[in-house]
Design a protein around this ligand. Structure first.
Ligand SMILES: [Zn+2]
Length: 349
């Protein structure tokens, strides 16, 4: 299957009442792990690259890897997404490369650190929406600010500093016409999200539900949603790692989100942990080994296992064959003639 529009993928997920994991990719082993998991579980999938990933791998290497994934897996719908675009130019360059979806994270200024004003966020996101929709490309926006820093991107601090205001979420969706909306409900990027198992005082699922009530048809996105399971932390520490005790977003909270409009769930940290644990294990148990394949293969398998597990937990498993890809040109037409709505359904308070 050619790369598909993320809008199509999320619209289908809404119809089916499931969520779709968006997994970060930086290299060949990661895309292979994601695709093996998608094949194994028959899942549609979103693969995403941060600005850091595009720098690390170089645009062309990374994009050709995704194209190879699409060619090798014609039965799997794959959307290729720019994670946390910091500017119009970043999103434009991703679209010109052939990404089928971009995130314009206008919640932060272009430095990727300083929270932006509502007006600044609306202006830059709207500009990206116009450029992207003309070309059939999906746009995710963000309202409220996530905690933590990842790949040099983020405001830092606690996830509670800039929780999304439901009224502002409505206004933002109306003013920008985004296809998907990332919201801040207390989660953070990176491994250190919560200092204990999160409850309602730090993980604001009530805010998510309130936003879904106001915007019942809007595809919501959960960032910073790795579960950071203890068994993955333990493998790292057992083989010489020094992770401090930490908690992520429990899978059952994500599933509650999925029942309340969450269609895209970003997972990166769990895969990083799985890879690192597997490599540490090989180094510790067989220090005489020096062929990179000896540790990259178990690393790839460890990541595949985590991704397949999330695909099953999010409900996307088994849905790869539900629909045919609509071409990006057709999607562009849909935005133009209004058959793909860009105005949210807004419910009264
Ligand atoms: Zn994020």
């Amino acid at each position: 299957m050619p790369l598909v529009s993320m809008r199509q993928l999320l619209d289908e997920a809404a119809k089916g009442g499931y969520g779709v994991g968006a997994f970060n990719v930086n290299d060949m082993e990661q895309i292979q792990a994601i695709m093996s998991a998608a094949k194994e579980t028959r899942s549609p999938v979103i693969v995403q690259a941060s600005r850091g990933a595009r720098q690390f791998a170089q645009d062309l290497y990374l994009f050709k890897l995704i194209q190879a994934a699409a060619e090798l897996n014609p039965e799997i719908p794959i959307a290729m997404h720019q994670d946390h675009g910091n500017s119009f130019e970043t999103c434009k360059s991703a679209i010109e490369l052939g990404y089928t979806s971009v995130m314009m994270d206008g919640s932060l200024k272009e430095d990727g650190k300083t929270p932006a004003s509502f007006a600044e966020n609306v202006a830059v996101t709207k500009k990206v929406v116009e450029f992207a929709h003309d070309r059939g490309v999906t746009v995710e926006g963000e309202i409220g600010v996530l905690g933590g820093v990842e790949d040099g991107h983020g405001a830092g601090g606690s996830g509670l500093d800039h929780i999304t205001d439901p009224d502002q979420a409505v206004e933002f969706a109306e003013l920008t016409g985004v296809d998907a909306l990332a919201i801040a409900i207390g989660t953070s990027h990176g491994a250190y999200k919560f200092t204990k198992k999160p409850d309602g005082s730090v993980l604001k699922m009530d805010v998510l539900i309130a936003i879904h009530k106001r915007l019942p048809n809007t595809h919501l996105v959960m960032h910073g949603s790795s579960s950071v399971p203890k068994d993955l932390q333990d493998v790292i520490n057992q083989y010489g790692g020094k992770l401090k005790e930490t908690w992520g977003v429990p899978v059952e909270e994500i599933q509650l989100g999925i029942r309340n409009g969450v269609r895209k769930i970003n997972v990166d940290t769990d895969n990083r942990l799985a890879i690192t644990g597997a490599i540490r294990k090989v180094f510790a148990e067989t220090p005489e080994k020096f062929d990179p394949r000896d540790y990259l293969k178990p690393a790839r398998e460890a990541m595949q296992k985590v991704v397949a597990q999330r695909m099953t937990q999010f409900g996307q498993a088994g849905h790869a064959g539900d629909y045919k890809a609509v071409s990006i040109a057709e999607i562009a037409k849909g935005y133009k003639d209004g058959s793909l709505s860009t105005q949210p359904l807004v419910a009264a308070k």
